[in-house]
Design a protein around this ligand. Structure first.
Ligand code: GLA
Length: 396
C-alpha cells in the first residue's frame, strides 16, 4: 500500500499544462494532434482541456478539466474534491445552460461549501453519534453534523486533492481521479484506495464510476453531491420528480434512520407518480419537519448492484429532464433545505432556501449501525463498485 501511495504521489507531481484528449478520432487525427497540439483537434467530437484552477491552502496546485462531447454538452470538474464546477446541457430549444450550483473559483469552495458538486466519502450521509463497531472494535468519527458524523467527517473526500489522469473511453471524454485514504483517516479503519472515473457520454450523461479496495475490513459508502436546478435559476419547487421506491427510511430529529422501512403510500414521500417537489413539501408531517423538507433515503425498487433508473426529474419551463441511474440500493433526495441566502454562487446568484436539490445514490444512512440494512462492509480482496449516471434529455 505504501508503494502504491508513493506512486500516486510521484505521479501527481506532473506539471500543470493544457492538453486535449480526443475520445473517438482516427489515428491520423491523433497524429496531427501530436504534431500541432491542441488547436488542431478543436473540432474533434469529444475533448478535454486542462487549465490551472488555483491552489489549496497548503499551496497544492489544482486543475480544472473541461469535458466536452460532440453535442456541445460540457462538464467542468476539478481535482480538489472531484468537484463538478459546472454542467452545461441543452434545454428544449437546444440552448445550453448550467444546471448545477457552485462557485466561480476554488477559494470560495475552500472557504465554505455545503458539498456543492463534491465526491463524498468515506461514508456518504450520517453515522449516528459518530460511532460504529466493526469486528468487535469501536471506531469514533468526528461529529461534524452534531450529534452525528456527516459525509466522511471534517476532511472528507470532498476536501482532498485527487490525482487526475485523462483516460481513453469509447463513451466520451473521461477523467480518472485517484485517492489513497490512509488507515485512521477521519477515524476510519484501513488503507482504502479509491478511483473515480467521470465520463461525459455521447448521450449527455455524466457518468460517475467508483471502485475501491482495502487492506482490511472497513466501511465504504461513496456518492456524488451535485446540487441541480434544471431551470438554472430560482426555487426547485416546480421541478416534477418521480422516484421508483415503495418505501423510505424514516428518521429521528437528527436525521438518523429509525430502522423502519416505511411504505410511501399515502405520504408526501410517494413519488411513484411524477409530482412537483413543492406540491406537498410544506404539509404538516413529522418527517418533513425533521428534514425541513425532503432530506431522506428512499429504498429503490430494483435489485442492488444492477444499474437501473432511480429517479426522473422534469423542469417544465426549460423542458430539461434529469434521469438518475445507479447500482446503489438507496437514494437520498435532498431539497436544499439548508440553503438560506448566505452563500453567493456562480454569476452572483445568492442561493436561497430550496434553490437546488441533490439526488445522492448510496447505501442507507447509518448502515454501519444497522445490521438489517444492506451491508457497507468492504473486505480485502473484494472490490467496491458503484456507478451513477446523471442523464440529461428534454421533454417537448
Ligand atoms: C446531505 C444531507 C443533508 C445536508 C446536505 C449538505 O444531503 O442529507 O442533510 O447535510 O448533505 O448540506
Amino acid at each position: 500500500m505504501q508503494n502504491r501511495y508513493q506512486w500516486l504521489t510521484r505521479a501527481f507531481r506532473q506539471p500543470t499544462h493544457t492538453l486535449c484528449y480526443t475520445g473517438s478520432v482516427c489515428a491520423a487525427v491523433l497524429a496531427a494532434a501530436a504534431l500541432f497540439g491542441c488547436a488542431s483537434v478543436s473540432s474533434a467530437p469529444d475533448q478535454i482541456s486542462r487549465q490551472p484552477f488555483g491552489q489549496t491552502k497548503e499551496g497544492t496546485p489544482i486543475d480544472l478539466f473541461t469535458l466536452r462531447n460532440a453535442n456541445g454538452a460540457e462538464a467542468r470538474i476539478c481535482n480538489y474534491g472531484g468537484l463538478v464546477i459546472s454542467l452545461k446541457v441543452p434545454d428544449r430549444s437546444g440552448k445550453l445552460g448550467d444546471v448545477v450550483l457552485g462557485y466561480d473559483n476554488l477559494a470560495d469552495y475552500i472557504k465554505e461549501t455545503p458539498y456543492f458538486g463534491a465526491l463524498i466519502g468515506r461514508y456518504g450521509n450520517r453515522i449516528a453519534k459518530g460511532q460504529f463497531t466493526l469486528d468487535g472494535r469501536q471506531y469514533t468519527l468526528a461529529t461534524n453534523n452534531y450529534p452525528n458524523s456527516l459525509h466522511g467527517g471534517v476532511q472528507g473526500f470532498d476536501k482532498v486533492v485527487w490525482l487526475p489522469t485523462v483516460v481513453p473511453s469509447a463513451e466520451g471524454p473521461a477523467l480518472k481521479l485517484q485517492h489513497l485514504s490512509h488507515d485512521g483517516e477521519e477515524g476510519y479503519p484501513a488503507n482504502l484506495s479509491v478511483t473515480v472515473i467521470y465520463t461525459l457520454t455521447g448521450d449527455n450523461a455524466l457518468k460517475v464510476e467508483y471502485t475501491a479496495a482495502t487492506d482490511r475490513n472497513t466501511v465504504v459508502n461513496l456518492t456524488q453531491h451535485s446540487y441541480f436546478n434544471l431551470a438554472g435559476k430560482g426555487a426547485i419547487l416546480d421541478h416534477v420528480v418521480m422516484i421508483g421506491a415503495d418505501k423510505f427510511t424514516p428518521v429521528d430529529s437528527t436525521l438518523i434512520p429509525t430502522g423502519e422501512l416505511r411504505p410511501v403510500d399515502g405520504t408526501p414521500f410517494d413519488f411513484r407518480k411524477p409530482t412537483a417537489i413543492g406540491a406537498r413539501i410544506n404539509q404538516d408531517d413529522e418527517q418533513l419537519k425533521f428534514g425541513k423538507g425532503y432530506d431522506h433515503n428512499w429504498v429503490i425498487n430494483k435489485p442492488m448492484g444492477q444499474l437501473g433508473l432511480m429517479a426522473r426529474v422534469y423542469e417544465p419551463t426549460s423542458g430539461r429532464v434529469l434521469e438518475v441511474l445507479s447500482t446503489e440500493p438507496g437514494l437520498q433526495f435532498y431539497s436544499g433545505n439548508f440553503l438560506d441566502g448566505t452563500l453567493k454562487g456562480k454569476g452572483g446568484w445568492v442561493y436561497q432556501f430550496r434553490n437546488g436539490f441533490c439526488m445522492e445514490p448510496q447505501h442507507y444512512p447509518d448502515s454501519p449501525n444497522r445490521p438489517e440494512f444492506p451491508s457497507v462492509v468492504l473486505k480485502p480482496g473484494d472490490t467496491y463498485h458503484n456507478t451513477i449516471l446523471f442523464k440529461f434529455s428534454v421533454q417537448k
